[in-house]
Ligand binder design. Structure first.
Ligand code: NAI
Length: 344
C-alpha cells in the first residue's frame, strides 16, 4: 500500500516509518499541505495521510475521487478541515480518535501556570541577570473556579488536573457525561453561568457550526473581569478580534492559545525574519499576558507513537476488511465514528 503523506514534519517520520514498515505501508512524505493546488501529488497512491491544517474540501475530495484515491487517513482527532458531507460516497475518512488526552491536557495546564506565575517573563529576566520581582505577582489556582467547555477525553483529564490543584469546576457539554458531576466540586451548568462565574475558561470541545466563536464579544462581556482564557482545541472557537479587544480593555486578564483562527498558513512554519501579515496575531503575541504556542499541545513522544500506530492500524484494517471502527461517517450520525461500517 502506498500513501501520500502531506504536511510532513521531521518528527512525524520515525514513528510512521516504524509502524508503516512493520505493516507493509509505504509513505511518501510531502512537506506541502494538501489543498486544491497540491492534490495532484496524490495521483497513483491508495490514500492520503493528512493533519489538522490540510484542506480536504469538496474540490480536493472530487479530485481524489477522480484519481481513484480511496482513503483519507487523518492523523489527528479533529476533522473540521474535512467536508464530511461531500466525502460520503466518495472517499473513506479514517481518524485517530484519541492518542494522548494527557498530552493536550498537561500542555493546557503548563500554559496556564506559565501565564499566571509569569514563568515566561522570569525565564527571560533571569537569563539577563535581572532578579527583580517587580510585576511578577501571580495568583493561587487553589480555590479558583475553572469553566471547562467540552468534557470529553481531554476535558476530563484537564478536570482531574485542576481538581489536583484544589480548583472548583463548572462544566458545560452538549452531551454531559454520567457520573462526572461531583457535588460542589464539579457541576454541569449552562454556558451563561459558566461565563459569569469562572476565573479561568478552558475549551475542549470540537469546532462545529454550533461551537464556532463560542468565545465572542458577547461571551467575553459576560465573563468576570480578569478571566483567563485557554484554547488548546481549535482556533475558531475563539473570535480572535473580540479576544484582542477584551485584552485591550483589561476585561480578559490573560489568554493562552495553542491554536488560532487563521493558523493554517502560519503555524508549524518558521517565520522568524519575515513580516507577519496577520495584524491580530502579531498584536496578540505582543501582549505581555498572552502566550501562544504553535499547535504544540499534542506533541509528546507518547502521542506521536500512538498517532502513527493507530493511523497505520486504521489503514491496514480498512484495506483488509473494507471497514474500520475509526471511520468517520456522516450517515451514522452527525459525522460521528461509523458504528456499522456498512454505510458507505
Ligand atoms: P472528545 O470527542 O473526547 O470530546 C469532545 C467533547 O466535546 C465531547 O464530550 C462532546 O460531547 C463535546 N461537545 C460536542 N459538541 C459540543 C458543543 N456544541 N458544546 C459543548 N461541548 C460539545 O474529544 P477530545 O479528544 O477531548 O478532543 C477535544 C478537542 O481537542 C478536539 O475536538 C480537537 O479539536 C482538540 N485537540 C487539540 C489538539 C492540540 O494539539 N491542540 C490535539 C488533539 C485534540
Amino acid at each position: 500500500m502506498k500513501f501520500a503523506f502531506f504536511d510532513a514534519k521531521p518528527y512525524d517520520k520515525p514513528s510512521f516509518e516504524k509502524y508503516g514498515g512493520e505493516n507493509g505501508i509505504k509513505f511518501k512524505y510531502f512537506e506541502t499541505k494538501l489543498n486544491e493546488d497540491t492534490v495532484e501529488l496524490a495521483a497513483g497512491y491508495d490514500g492520503v495521510c493528512v493533519f489538522v491544517n490540510d484542506t480536504v474540501n469538496a474540490a480536493v475530495i472530487d479530485r481524489l475521487y477522480e484519481m481513484g484515491v480511496k482513503v483519507v487517513a487523518l492523523r489527528c482527532a479533529g476533522f473540521n478541515n474535512v467536508d464530511m458531507k461531500h466525502a460520503f460516497g466518495r472517499v473513506h475518512v479514517l481518524r485517530v480518535p484519541a492518542y494522548s488526552p494527557y498530552a493536550v491536557a498537561e500542555h493546557t495546564m503548563a500554559m496556564l501556570l506559565t501565564s499566571i506565575r509569569r514563568i515566561h517573563k522570569a525565564y527571560i529576566r533571569t537569563r539577563d541577570f535581572n532578579f527583580s520581582l517587580a510585576g511578577m505577582t501571580g495568583f493561587d489556582l487553589h480555590g479558583k473556579t475553572v469553566g471547562v467547555i467540552g468534557t470529553g477525553r481531554i476535558g476530563r483529564v484537564f478536570i482531574d488536573i485542576c481538581r489536583g490543584f484544589g480548583m472548583k469546576v463548572l462544566a458545560y457539554d452538549k452531551f454531559p457525561i454520567d457520573g462526572l458531576a461531583d457535588g460542589d466540586k464539579i457541576r454541569y451548568v449552562g454556558l451563561d453561568e459558566l461565563f459569569r462565574n469562572s476565573d479561568i475558561i478552558s475549551l475542549h470541545c470540537p469546532l462545529t457550526e454550533e461551537t464556532y466563536h463560542v468565545i465572542d464579544a458577547e461571551a467575553i462581556e459576560k465573563c468576570k473581569r480578569g478571566v483567563v482564557i485557554l484554547n488548546t482545541s481549535r482556533g475558531a472557537l475563539v473570535d480572535a478580534e473580540a479576544l484582542l479587544s477584551g485584552i485591550k480593555s483589561r476585561k480578559v486578564g490573560a489568554a493562552c492559545l495553542d491554536v488560532y483562527e487563521e493558523e493554517s498558513d502560519i503555524f508549524f512554519e518558521d517565520f522568524s525574519g519575515h513580516i507577519i501579515e496577520d495584524d491580530t496575531l502579531a498584536r496578540l503575541i505582543s501582549m505581555p499576558n498572552v502566550i501562544v504556542t504553535s499547535h504544540q499541545a499534542f506533541l509528546t513522544e507518547e502521542a506521536l507513537s500512538n498517532i502513527a500506530e493507530t493511523t497505520v492500524g486504521n489503514i491496514k484494517t480498512f484495506f483488509e476488511r473494507g471497514q474500520c471502527e475509526n471511520e468517520l461517517c456522516f450517515r451514522c450520525g452527525s459525522a460521528e465514528d461509523c458504528k456499522s461500517g456498512k454505510c458507505f
